[in-house]
Design a protein around this ligand. Sequence first.
Ligand code: MD3
Ligand code: FE
Length: 223
Amino acid sequence: MSTEERVTSDLFPLAPADGVGHRELGPGAILLRAFALPDEPRILAALTLITHDAPFRHMVTRGGFRMSVAMTNCGTLGWVSDRSGYRYAATDPGSGRPWPEMPPAFADLAARAAALAGFAGFSPDVCLINRYEPGARLALHQDRDERDFDAPIVSVSLGATAVFLFGGLRREDKPQRLPLRHGDVVVWGGPARLRYHGVLPLRADATSPLGVQRINLTFRRAG
Ligand code: MD3
Ligand code: FE
């Protein structure tokens, strides 16, 4: 039985293809529509504390360009970028202090989503938090700064809907377009782990429970 059949038939026997429910986007990529909604109050409360301690900032790429997406992290490691390149670091370069701890509610949500998608025992050490305001985008890229690619990546979308680009294993492969909405969770692992992906510019009219912004939590095992 495929992962799609397992998660769909057990939990949402009548799930529509694109409503609430679970859908395999491709081998190793499972979309859990609205899965994070019950955790929204806990997530938002934790985000307020984290961003007070480690505020969103626009990092600079290796080439010296300011990223349109603002970022921060929680966990024992955080993803950082500057003129010397991309890497994971235990301290926030803005403050010199360790990143805020990962709240149990975050780690739990990520582990439950991963388990449903067939990745038991996922224990993230990084939550990269991306904030999109109108016009912010993420160019097509691969996530390959992590130490081993066996662990999946779990992504939680909050706020305004954005169009996610899900490409192939080669940059030239034409990406699928997928709107990601408030509460949607996607698990990317196995054969999907190194697929190219990106996010189209956030539209200025994309309002939501969080106003005109999109927040994405990306859970990884990096260390
Ligand atoms: C597909 N962030 O921070 S994570 C990133 O919406 C990033 O902010 C996206 O890509 C965002 O690097 C969504 C989705 C994601 C992460 C890893 C993947 C999709 C992936 C790995 C393989 C394929
Ligand atoms: Fe990525």
